[in-house]
Ligand binder design. Structure first.
Ligand SMILES: [Zn+2]
Length: 433
């Protein structure tokens, strides 16, 4: 199968790759480290932790592969979405929103119908017209580009959207947040002149590397995904050669070692895939950058002066579902403060400090923190701290804090941060400072 713009793995079951496995030395069955990694895999399985932490759940009445987000998950997701939106805004992207459906003719035009139909939901007929749940956002963005007269001065035009897309996965392979039928994709398309494409690919890799560092994600490897055999790939060798040359040039300039994998490209062009590995060493694609000459031609995109733009497709963090699954496993539920579902818990020593604790909670909320109160009737201070052991900041309110009006901050690793003003705590809990 051929991946589209989205950073999704192929449908066939992957065996752990040699490269991903080699990240985890000593993992032979029976060895001590193998037992540890197996234990870590079970402990950090995102499906188990996701339910325990109130991140997501599923219901057979909604359907397999269609998880819903619980409050803690919705909070993590919002934090990620806000971060990526801001990162893109600071780097010259304009955000748009487009519908999750399109007419069948749209996907015939884009090439999805010929090359990608196996992964699409069947059309729905309404009023004599056929509509399709979109398999990618690219065609909508191509139409957004085409909707206005463009000139060379408008380029590069960077368009981004966090939007829904759908994939007709078979029931047997669905599970958790990693194999889903509905995906919220962090997507973006840069429409640029041909001589700008290499710089835009490199700039997209800058964003991806910055985001991974911020999120605490380690790259397993860079993969150059190329055309394979068969009718699923657009048959235009010269076009493939041009786009591959750009990706190779950028990887070389950046000094990024990479593997090449024929057959893993998008149907319209090659991709740089940034691979991640789960605690068990299973590899998947999170982020991607692609060069596409095909869809600009199919949609007859142009700009004044007679040029045809190149489309650089890129996803900084991929699908939000897969990203959050990976973050749960990487952090074992102990998210960095800026991502934590609850960033601060207010713990009055006794009932007499409750009014001051409620006031502190209000100030935390007003300062932008995700905070909650754990009053004394929920158990001893020790028991309440244990119940909130994943919360980055634990604010104990005793008689001294009542008098000072400051929060005495205990960190989740047991360390003490002293008395910190709420605004300072809120500033520490933002991804951008
Ligand atoms: Zn795309």
């Amino acid at each position: 199968m051929v991946a589209s713009c989205s950073a999704l793995p192929s449908r066939r079951r992957r065996t752990p790759s040699r490269r991903a496995d080699s990240m985890l030395p000593g993992r032979t069955p029976g060895s001590w480290s193998f037992a540890l990694s197996q234990e870590r895999m079970i402990m950090n399985d995102h499906r188990r932790l996701g339910r325990e932490l109130g991140i997501f759940d599923t219901d057979p009445l909604i359907g397999a592969g269609l998880p819903y987000w619980l409050p803690a998950g919705a909070a993590v997701r919002k934090a990620v979405e806000d971060y990526v939106h801001e990162l893109e805004r600071r780097n010259g992207y304009q955000h748009v929103n487009s519908p999750v459906l399109g007419k069948r003719e749209l996907y015939e035009r884009s090439g999805h119908w010929d090359h990608y139909a196996d992964d699409m939901f069947p059309p729905m007929e309404v009023g004599g017209e056929e509509f399709v749940l979109r398999p990618s956002l690219c065609p909508h963005h191509a139409l957004i580009y085409r909707a206005r007269q463009r000139s060379h001065r408008d380029l590069p035009l960077r368009v981004a959207e966090l939007g829904g897309m759908y994939r007709s996965e078979l029931s047997g392979v669905l599970g958790g947040l990693t194999r889903v039928r509905g995906i919220q994709l962090n997507d973006g398309h840069v429409f640029c002149a041909p001589d700008q494409a290499a710089a835009e690919v490199s700039a997209a890799l800058d964003l991806i590397e910055a985001a991974h560092a911020q999120l605490g994600i380690r790259t397993a490897r860079y993969r150059l995904s190329l055309r394979g055999e068969g009718a699923k790939f657009v048959d235009d060798p010269a076009m493939w050669a041009r786009s591959e040359a750009i990706l190779r040039e950028v990887l070389k300039e950046r000094g990024r070692d990479h593997d090449e994998e024929p057959g893993e490209g998008a149907f319209y062009g090659p991709k740089i895939d940034i691979q991640i590995a789960d605690p068990a060493g299973r590899e998947s694609t999170l982020s991607t950058v692609q060069v596409d000459y095909f869809q600009p031609e199919r949609f007859d995109l142009g700009y004044a002066g007679g040029g045809r733009p190149v489309m650089v497709h890129r996803s900084v963090v991929g699908g939000i579902e897969r990203l959050v699954a990976h973050l749960i496993e990487v952090h074992g539920g102990a998210f960095p403060a800026w991502l934590a579902p609850v960033q601060a818990v207010v713990l009055p020593l006794s009932d007499s400090e409750r009014p001051a604790a409620e006031d502190l909670l209000r100030r935390c909320l007003a300062a932008g923190l995700r905070a909650e109160l754990a009053p004394a009737d929920r158990g001893s201070l020790g028991a309440r701290i244990r119940a909130h052991r994943l919360v980055p900041y634990q604010l104990v309110v005793g008689p001294r804090e009542v008098a000072s009006g400051l929060a005495s901050v205990r960190l989740r690793d047991g360390g003490q941060a002293g008395e910190v003003p709420v605004e300072q705590l809120a500033a520490r809990s933002r991804p951008f400072v």
